[in-house]
Design a protein around this ligand. Sequence first.
Ligand code: GLY
Length: 399
Amino acid sequence: MQSSEPSGQRPYDVLVIGGGIIGLVTAWRAAQRGLRTALADPEPGRGAAGVAAGMLAAVTELHHGEQTLLALNLASARRFPDFVAELQEVSGQDTGYRACGTLAVALDADDRAHLRELHTLQRQSGLESEWLTGRECRRLEPMLAPGVRGGLRVDGDHQVDPRRLAAALVTACGRAGVVVHRAAAERLSVVRDRAAGALLADGSELVADQVVLAAGSLSGRLAGVPPEVLPPVRPVKGQVLRLTVPPSYAPFLSRTVRAVVRGGEVYLVPRENGELVLGATSEELGWDTTVTAGGVYELLRDAHELVPGITELPLTETRAGLRPCSPDNAPLLGPTALPGLLLATGHHRNGVLLTPVTGDVMADVLTTGELPGPARPFTPRRFAPVPPPVRQERQELSA
Ligand code: GLY
C-alpha cells in the first residue's frame, strides 16, 4: 500500500476520511474510475466491521416503514456475488462469503405473532420467505431447541466475514493506487466556502477537490464541518460474542439462525471455518464500548433458549462496536450543502450489506456529480434545517 504524499503536492481528486468498509469501498471504487484518491485513517480496515457478524439480511431485517431502504438493501444484496468475486480476484484474499440462507424462528406465542407479522410484510413487499412449523425448522437445523414453535426460511439472506472483507478491501485499495495516510483527520479544511481537504493528526495537510466523510459513528464529530452539514449520526452499541465449533461438533448450524427473544434480537452466524458469531445487543449509551456482564449474559441466555448446545462451545471473544445510526435508520449518501463535501455514513444495521452499492453509488456521484436513481432518497439534504419563513410573507399575511 502506498503511504507517501502525492508527487509535487498536486491535490487529490478525492480524499476519503475513514477507513472502515464504507470508506475503503468508496476509495477503491473511486480509484478504479481513475480518480487520484487518498484515504485517512489510523487503522484502515478496523471500525464496526471488526465486530459485526456480517449477515446480509435484507429480508429478515425488514421493518415497517423502511420500504425505500429495502430497495437499496436488495440492490446491494444482488451485487454481492459479483462484488466478492471481483474483490477476491483483485486482492487474492477470501472474504468468507457464504450463500447459506437464514432461518428466523419463534420460541413462544408472542415471537410467533411477531414472525407472522414479518412474513405478511415480506409477502406484501414481494419477498421470498417460507413459513415452517417447529418440526420443519428442527429438521433443517437439528440443534434448535425442541420448543421452537415455527419459523421463516429465507434462502436469499446470506453472510460474509466482515473482517476478511475489510482486509481484502485494504489490499484492493493498495492495488488500485489509493494513497493511505495512517492518521486520523482532525479538521476539515474549508476554503472559500468549499471543502478543500483535511488536517490530519500527524500534522499533514491534505488537499483534495472532493472530500468524502465516511467515518462511521464519528462522522458527526469532525471539527471544521459547518453545523448545518454535520451528519446527524449517533453511535448505537452492539455487543457481539464469538464461539468456536470444534470439528467434532460439526455441522452445528448450517445457516444463520435468528430470533426475537423477549423483544431482543439474537442471531447465530456459523462460518465455514468453525467460528460461530453470536449477536447482538442494541444500546443507546453514547461512546461506551464496554463489554458488560449483563450484555454477555443476555446474549448467552437468549441464544441458549434457541440452541441449547451452545453452552458446550468455547467462548473465544467478546467485543462491542458502534453502529452509525441516522434519524431514519437509513444511510446518508452523496453531496452535502457544502460544495466539495460528500457523506457516506449512517448505515446503522446494514453497513456490511450496503457495502457494494455504496461503493458504486459514491463512485458515480464523485465522477458525475449526480446521485444515481436508487440512491437519491438517501441524500444528506433530507435532514437539512428547514429555513425560517421569509419576512415578506409575514407582512403579506398581516396586510
Ligand atoms: N445487522 C445486525 C446488527 O446490526 O446487529
